[in-house]
Design a protein around this ligand. Sequence first.
Ligand code: HEM
Length: 403
Amino acid sequence: MENLNRRRILTLGAALGLAGVAAPSTAWAWSSAGSITGTDAVDDPWGVWDDATDPLVASLLTRGEIPAVNAAMESWVRNGDPLPAAFPPDLTAYLQQHNRLPAWADPAILRRAARFNERMGLYLFLLYGLGSGIMSTVIPREARNVYWSEGGADMQARAAKTFTYGYDLSATDAFTPSGHFVVTSNKTRLTHAAVRHLLPQSAPWRAVTDDQDFIPISNGDILITFHSLGTFVHGKLKSWGIRMSAAEEAAYLHQWQVALHLLGVRDDFIPATWAAAHQQSQYALTPLLAPTPEGVDLAEILLGLTAQIDLGVTRGFLNEFVRYVLSDRIGDWLGLRRDLVARGLIQVGWPAYVAFREGLSPIVPEGFATFDRFVRALAMLFLNNGTSPTYTPITIPTGNRPG
Ligand code: HEM
């Protein structure tokens, strides 16, 4: 019975005509009319994983070939790199299919996204790092998955690997042969497939996970994480009054649409517009946010690692900045100690700092030097690949966090 996982229960249930067997507790009602395929259907992405990748990676794990694949992956970094000769033939055949952009990706729009990323650099690093990074700890399934997977035991290395993804996505040549992002995405997709195979074998994870997560990292889960990254950042930039042309906003979305496709999300789940993305986010991400013991622990580790860097601010300021971008409710869930003096400075000084930087106000705001040093130090943290002293490549796990 132990191996009768959710996917098999659903299939079995459908075959037996048992409506509602192990049905998701939150029914999905977002129509794909708002997706890039524009087809009008309501399919549940929490019941969709990655059929193209999961059996292959499960087989590589069972055959004990992942360590050799990880070693061979070291020389496979740029989008234009040839596939390593040492890859097993089935992995090579798979990558020949998937290690490329979708037909609908538009190189001109991706170039515009790259210029936009460059212009927005400081805000992006700040928001991905302190906003999305900490938000991931209050997405219960993600927090439990990350905590109980192999990488959860070494958050410093894990954070560095995740920074690699954000950095590769935001690089000016991200999608071109000299860039890294297509390869990094494929490594991530393979990693996620390994997690789907491995985590269900973890007794401590099974003890805490919910019914919907019985096989982790569904298409629905990946969409939610996208909303904690791209959709969240888009919303913040808008609310901060940052000037973005309609073409830039569309390009920033296009880059994420391609990123989701490369992670194995079906095109009929990928929002076609920012309006559709925000609607999907409101509906799918916001109600799911909640604290978990694993998430509280991860947030403390992540903020502790960040605080090790000299950002020129106190830990209280860091806590309050997280509260400011994510809400006091989330700050309370995570037990982030209050610093009301820092909060006062942020509340008044940050909008003034943004207005000054954006040329919307000629007045140099109070605390300008503090904010400027803070955002630049955070950017350097990203550019230096996190808190890790050396480059930390993405590798496919072969086990789980010890219980
Ligand atoms: C691994 C990115 C969605 C759970 C990774 C890695 C990256 C990444 C870059 C490799 C680095 C590492 O091993 O730490 C993303 C992106 C996502 C996404 C960009 C969506 C836009 C998710 C979701 C979950 C998840 C939804 C769970 C619900 C994990 C886990 C690992 C991982 C458990 C493996 C950690 C290990 O090595 O043990 N992800 N991820 N990810 N991701 Fe994701």
